[in-house]
Design a protein around this ligand. Structure first.
Ligand code: NAD
Ligand code: UGA
Length: 442
């Protein structure tokens, strides 16, 4: 099939690479010239395991191409994915101006029938707005070309994006048109085990499914973080509680890990956008507001523990941070808990030394660029030298079984704050560490 993917970010690049790998001819389009030039030179703009090989193999084979010119891609495609960002607007709603900007360009440049697929996460009603925008542009040209708008939300997660895309749990397709449904089925059948994994529905339900999935996952995390806060106060251990409840198949183990609050480009903005959509339609959310409130407070739990141990004034103290990205296996820093933790510590006079296997550039250039009290180090051990304590924020694999003798040698005090409950408390206590976790009283 001949496909254009407009927006070459986490979703667009992964989708384009995976679809081209199936033998489709794919154009990835982006307005960011630097990004497209880098891709043409074999440089992958983001860190995502497996992505570089997949992109380069298909780029070399000629099935995956990059351009800044949407008209070039549209001329050579029958299907056009919209995969641009939908960031949080000032009032919490999803900012649709990138999506509608793409719709406008499609209407201006398409020269034959197109299947236009919304892959960006967008509120109910957006497909209608996309349809109206494309039609408006066709009308301006006096064109009678036809097109279909389909909702096809994306459920991949960063760090495992390739396998999520190649072996999805399900594909959700929102369409009211049989031909469009047939084309979508043909496109996706190679990725799913059987027809049942492709779920067809009306467009509004498909748009709503995406927000519901993210809101449900965010709710599980905030619920468990709230439980962890209770555990700490009543003398229970949330790690044991998690095992105790996860073993009930109705509850399950996934997404009940307490931590320092969910981050990333999606849960925070999507929960907010759903709250706003509800409000616009006259319903005031209750659970979703609490999910966000708990998450906001959770990002302050580690700084509070540090203050309880070292005092409100942290002048003269240095803290070593392990992990900056919002989760392991990505360099994405959007809404990362590390940002709040580091800013809370430095606000109280502390200095911070930070190490992340992949996210240093993002942190340095974008997210912590105004914070002059952060020094970046190139390994998990050098970052510890002369620090008053170590704080684990992101659970990268290389942090899971560190050499605690090396850690103790470098730290000024053998103190560890663990925002992801990665280590064994008894073993650390035997080794002479003071060990603070989430959801365990100390
Ligand atoms: P991103 O910010 O990484 O990438 C978006 C890209 O779109 C950027 O490169 C930008 O330059 C480009 N762009 C903006 N306007 C354009 C235009 N008019 N023409 C061409 N390119 C344009 O975003 P992302 O993380 O890939 O997210 C995209 C959408 O997918 C969002 O709605 C997001 O909520 C959703 N989503 C993201 C993930 C994820 O893990 N990141 C997962 C599922 C769904
Ligand atoms: C999430 C969803 O998992 C994807 O299905 C969805 O497509 C995507 O959002 C999106 O719409 O963009 P992602 O944000 O990449 O994917 O990563 P997750 O693995 O969901 O983690 C999100 C945050 O929750 C991270 O900060 C992580 O540390 C935190 N988390 C996750 C917990 O605190 N506890 C858990 O048990 C699980």
């Amino acid at each position: 099939m001949k496909i254009a993917v407009v927006g070459t970010g986490y979703v667009g690049l992964v989708t384009g690479a995976c679809l081209s790998d199936l033998g489709n001819n794919v154009w990835c389009v982006d307005v960011n010239e630097e990004k497209i030039n880098a891709l043409k030179n074999g440089e992958i703009p983001i860190y995502e395991p497996g992505l570089e090989d997949l992109v380069m193999n298909n780029f070399r084979a000629g099935t995956l191409k990059f351009t800044t010119k949407i008209h070039q891609a549209l001329a050579d495609s029958d299907i056009c994915f919209i995969a641009v960002g939908t960031p949080m607007g000032e009032d919490g709603s999803a900012d649709l101006h990138y999506v509608l900007g793409v719709a406008e360009s499609i209407g201006q440049y398409m020269d034959h029938h197109m299947y236009i697929i919304d892959k960006s996460t967008v509120p109910v009603g957006t497909a209608q707005k996309v349809r109206a925008k494309v039609q408006e542009e066709l009308d301006k040209r006096g064109s009678s070309l036809t097109f279909d708008v389909i909702s096809n939300p994306e459920f991949l997660k960063e760090g495992t994006a390739i396998s999520d895309c190649q072996r999805p749990d399900r594909i959700v397709i929102g369409t009211d048109n049989d031909n469009a449904a047939k084309v979508m089925k043909e496109l996706y059948l190679p990725l799913v085990r059987n027809n049942e994994n492709i779920i067809f529905m009306d467009i509004a339900s498909a748009e709503m499914t995406k927000y519901t999935a993210n809101a449900m996952l965010a709710t599980k995390i905030s619920f468990m973080n709230e439980i962890s806060n209770i555990c700490e106060r009543v003398g229970a251990d949330v790690n044991k509680v998690r095992l105790g409840i996860g073993s009930d198949k109705r509850i399950g183990y996934s997404f009940i890990y307490p931590g320092c609050g969910y981050g990333g480009s999606c849960f925070p903005k999507d929960v907010q956008a759903l709250i706003k959509t509800s409000k616009d339609f006259g319903y005031t959310t209750k659970i979703l507001n609490a999910v966000e409130e708990v998450n906001f407070e959770q990002k302050h739990v580690i700084p509070r523990k540090v203050v309880e141990r070292f005092g409100e004034d942290l002048t003269g103290k240095t803290f070593a941070i392990w992990g900056l990205a919002f989760k392991p296996d990505t360099d994405d820093m959007r809404q990362a808990a590390a940002i709040t933790i580091i800013n809370e510590l430095t606000k109280r006079g502390a200095k911070v030394k930070a190490y992340d296997p992949k996210a240093e550039k993002e942190a340095r250039v974008c997210y912590l660029k105004d914070n002059k009290n952060v020094e970046y180090c190139d390994s998990k051990y050098t970052v510890l030298v002369d620090a008053d304590a170590m704080i684990l924020v992101t659970e990268w694999k290389e942090f899971r079984q560190p050499d605690f003798i090396e850690i103790k040698k470098r730290l000024k005090n053998p103190v560890i704050f663990d925002g992801r409950n990665q280590f064994d408390a008894h073993s650390l206590s035997d080794k002479g560490f003071e060990y603070y976790q989430i959801g365990v009283s100390s």
